[in-house]
Design a protein around this ligand. Structure first.
Ligand SMILES: [Zn+2]
Length: 78
């Protein structure tokens, strides 16, 4: 049995997503002690508020990781 592959050279352009329904940036905060995280939100204050509530409930969980999602689009150049 043989397997054949076709690989073609192509040039791609990567650029920020411009679709109107795509948010520019989405924020999350993740606790570095327990791994729990906020929901993803377009407003950073939503993620930061989650972190304040989390540390209030778990005073020893003082470290957080900010996770930023940016959306990109690949376009095949001809
Ligand atoms: Zn935690």
């Amino acid at each position: 049995m043989s397997v054949r592959s076709i690989v073609r050279h192509a040039d791609w352009l990567m650029s920020p997503e411009t679709a109107p329904e795509a948010p520019a940036i989405v924020f999350e905060m993740e606790c570095t002690t327990c791994g729990e995280s906020s929901e993803a939100a377009e407003d950073f204050e939503t993620a930061r508020t989650w972190a304040f509530v989390h540390v209030g409930r778990h005073p020893s969980h003082t470290g957080f990781r900010e996770i930023i999602h940016r959306f990109w689009r690949a376009k095949l150049l001809e």
